[in-house]
Design a protein around this ligand. Structure first.
Ligand SMILES: Cc1ncc(COP(=O)(O)O)c(C=O)c1O
Length: 437
């Protein structure tokens, strides 16, 4: 960490120690080891920061009378969801599992919506029986399945059709979801035909359009283009006798993973939308995930080893091997994402280059190729910043590695909100069940 590095809100350097939510990050590991003796890394989330960000998001879009539904896929820890719920956000689920977690955490039927491009009978049945605000249908044939389940439950299910608007977004192609190459949604013309034919599905209220064009967007232009597409579709569908009353613009609001102050301009963008689209007589829905939780979480890991080796240019390269790996935080390996790595208790001395890696047997298991770190030793702790979104939820048991504990902090006090797995967790899931037929 450099003298001038700015930290995400909620993180501070106090008395030479990195703190989250006012609580020093060098303390919880010893306490965690009383419950999990093998623990050498953990996730930590600042619940007050999460609630504050959720409330700020809701306030920003209040002039549009919008409903923000937090995307559980970013971080579905129940303790996190409770705070998001307390801030007045609804829940956006992408699977039956996420619907069940949302329900269990206290999101009522009117505060759940369902996404996904592989709709299952079980998801459709849940939506019909238990109730949701709306389902985003990825294609028209899905409507027959939803209709069948809604009829069986004697319910009406509201549906928005996910449209692929052919909008390119910057960033890694794996987080682009609204361009022609993306697997999501149907062509605008097909959606218009389905809205016009909606009487075919008497147990569905097919009156919405859903557009989610990508993630980690740092300016509002692609989202405004999506809103323009929505406006054109609302007008065209009304002209065909099928007025729409729900526009869901999805998520995508990006955060500043670097030190460049480049976070998505939330309030400015919201004001822009109000100015340009406030006249549309529709209900607006947004599905923020990353923006709510990413900066409020860190992955803390012990330094297992420090080794040096000459690089191709002859200069010595310093490798810092952490107790956390790509199986814990896969974003750098999967998306070439960069996260800042900061010593929890920085030692005195000049910062020099370091390659920060994990212990997994893969060359992709690298957190940061060009970190600038002060002297660091075996047993020190480092924090990988902005790890609150798409972190623990994407963790795996690869290399026979157990998933890490998830801790929360509020009012300066730590809680283990999810236990880490025991070392034999990956092997422990094997079974030998004879299958007949
Ligand atoms: C349909 C949908 N909505 C919302 C989100 C949340 O996106 P983000 O975390 O970028 O806000 C995603 C994530 O990719 C998504 O697929």
């Amino acid at each position: 960490m450099t003298e001038t590095m700015s930290l995400p809100a909620g993180l501070t350097m106090a008395g030479g120690v990195l703190a989250l939510g006012g609580a020093p990050l060098d303390r919880p590991l010893a306490a965690l080891r009383t419950l999990e003796p093998q623990a050498s890394a953990f996730w930590a989330y600042d619940l007050d920061q999460i609630e504050a960000r959720a409330a700020r998001f809701r306030r920003a879009f209040a002039p549009l009378r919008a409903r923000p539904a937090y995307a559980l896929k970013a971080n579905a820890l129940p303790a996190v969801l409770e705070r998001v719920c307390a801030a007045g956000l609804a829940a956006e689920a992408g699977s039956l599992g996420e619907l069940l977690v949302a329900k269990r955490t206290g999101f009522g039927a009117a505060d759940r919506n369902l996404n996904g491009n592989g709709r299952t009978v079980a998801e459709a049945a849940f939506a019909a029986r238990e109730g949701v605000h709306s389902v985003n249908a990825d294609h028209a044939a899905e409507l027959d399945l939803l209709e069948r389940e809604a009829r069986a439950a004697g319910a009406t299910v509201r549906v928005a059709l996910r449209v692929n608007p052919g909008i390119e977004t910057p960033g890694h192609r794996y987080v682009a979801t609204g361009d022609d190459a993306a697997k999501f949604g149907i062509a605008p013309a097909e959606a218009l035909d389905a809205w016009a034919a909606r009487a075919r599905w008497p147990h569905l209220r097919v009156d919405g359009v859903h557009l989610h064009v990508g993630s980690q967007l740092l300016d509002g232009a692609p989202l405004e283009r999506a809103a323009e597409t929505a406006r054109a579709l609302v007008a065209e569908s009304a002209a065909r006798g099928a007025p729409l009353s729900l526009v869901n613009l999805g998520g995508g609001f990006g955060v500043d993973y670097s030190d460049a102050g480049a976070e998505f301009p939330l309030e400015r963008h919201a004001a822009h939308l109000v100015e340009r689209f406030g006249d549309l007589a529709v209900e607006w829905l947004f599905e923020p995930g990353r923006w709510i939780v990413a900066p409020a979480g860190v992955l803390v890991a012990e330094v297992l080893w420090v080794k040096e080796r000459p690089g191709p240019d002859g200069a010595t390269r310093r490798f810092v091997v952490l107790a956390a790996g790509m199986n814990d935080l896969i974003r750098p390996a999967l998306y070439h994402a960069r996260h800042r790595v900061v010593p929890v208790r920085p030692r005195a001395g000049a910062a020099t280059p370091a390659v920060v890696v994990g212990p997994v047997c893969e060359s992709a298991d690298i957190f940061e190729r060009e970190a600038m770190l002060p002297p660091i030793e075996r047993g020190d702790l480092v924090a990988i910043l902005d790890a609150g979104a798409y972190g623990a939820v994407m963790a795996s048991n690869y290399n026979g590695r157990p998933r890490l504990a998830e801790l929360t902090v509020t009012g300066g006090r730590w809680t283990r909100a999810r236990a880490g797995e025991p070392a034999d967790a990956a092997a422990g899931r094997a079974s030998e069940d004879r299958l007949e037929g």
